[in-house]
Design a protein around this ligand. Structure first.
Ligand code: MG
Length: 329
């Protein structure tokens, strides 16, 4: 009989202990192994704290799976506020009948993701729901990081002429997961941890005034969030958008604008124009930044986001009105 997770693995008894041992065998460390009701963390300073839930479908996709996505998604949210990611919590909601072999694959992917991004899983939980009441597995996370002096960009003023920079190709996660669902083997998610890219960059320059990872809703949504939060206009140059050929072609066939498709290894930054060279030179030397480009500019003469098309016309780039890509992360 296939080795599957049963409701009894969530009842707190003998089977739950076995499931927890399975997790400790892969992810264990001195804090997690204590198995206390709460992890006790030896940290002090300015602390960043975030939470996220992962419901991606399919669970395994080209470029990652729900495990690595959970780790990097959380690591990236901490990195965006200039925090060094340190500790994660992981909470699994598993549907009865999910196989142990898939669960082990996800644990290994979490372990690798945590090692690559230098974080530790220090607390967690497992719950099992009846068949038909879940969809394989959902993961909820939280993350804690610490913000070193000089990396907190929040008080820097965004002004006319500031530039919009992205570290590479747009829309790769969203489009590739969509292709995966259609059974088309093309492209790959851009899923990657961003801490080793953005934290040294924040140490190099004080010119970064805003950072966000354009996940759900994509680049267009984040630009609209910036526009609304700071009351500024943003012009985006269509001919400057870094787009891989497979993204362009698939987006056209699927009828999805890559500007609204999710990214999982991209950072969108507002940068003072005098610091743009420092930022671009730094990014261009990194594997996750060689395609970095200036894709737009802040303008105080409006408070909307505009796309300047390759023929020079302007159109409003609005926020996403309907969910074209559900369950992408
Ligand atoms: Mg984010």
């Amino acid at each position: 009989m296939e080795d599957i997770i049963l409701l009894s693995h969530g009842n707190g008894g003998e089977n739950t202990r076995k499931l927890v041992e399975e997790i400790l065998g892969t992810l264990g460390n001195d804090i997690l192994n204590e198995l206390l009701d709460a992890a006790v963390l030896p940290i002090s300073g300015k602390i960043a704290f975030t939470t996220d839930s992962f419901i991606v479908s399919p669970i395994f996709f080209r470029g990652g799976d729900i495990g690595s996505l959970s780790v990097y998604g959380t690591v990236n949210d901490l990195s965006m506020v200039g925090a060094t990611p340190l500790y994660l919590s992981l909470s699994f909601i598993i549907e009865e009948g999910f196989t142990f072999s898939d669960f082990r694959k996800i644990l290994l992917s979490i372990k690798e993701g945590a090692e690559v991004s230098n974080v530790r899983v220090v607390t967690g939980d497992t719950k099992v729901v009846e068949r038909g009441k879940g969809d394989g597995i959902f993961i909820n996370t939280s993350g804690v990081g610490i913000i070193k002096n000089g990396r907190d960009w929040r008080k820097r003023e965004i002004k006319d002429g500031d530039l919009v920079i992205i570290n590479g190709g747009i829309g790769e996660h969203g489009i590739s997961v969509m292709l995966e669902r259609l059974g088309i083997k093309a492209g790959k998610s851009d899923l990657a941890p961003l801490n080793s890219l953005v934290l040294p960059l924040l140490d190099r320059t004080n010119g970064i005034k805003f950072m966000r990872d354009p996940t759900r809703g994509g680049v267009a949504t984040v630009l609209n969030e910036i526009s609304r939060k700071y009351g500024v206009g943003i012009e985006v140059y269509e001919d400057k958008l870094p787009l891989k050929e497979w993204v362009k072609e698939s987006a056209e066939i699927l009828g999805i604008d890559p500007l609204y498709a999710a990214n999982e290894g991209k950072v969108l930054m507002i940068v003072d124009s005098k610091d743009a060279d420092v930022v671009l030179n730094f990014l261009h030397e990194k594997p996750d930044g060689y395609d970095a480009s200036i894709i737009g500019k802040v303008t105080k003469s409006s408070n909307r986001v505009y796309l300047v098309t390759h023929i020079g016309t302007k159109r409003i780039l609005d926020t996403l009105k309907k969910d074209i890509l559900p369950r992408i992360c």
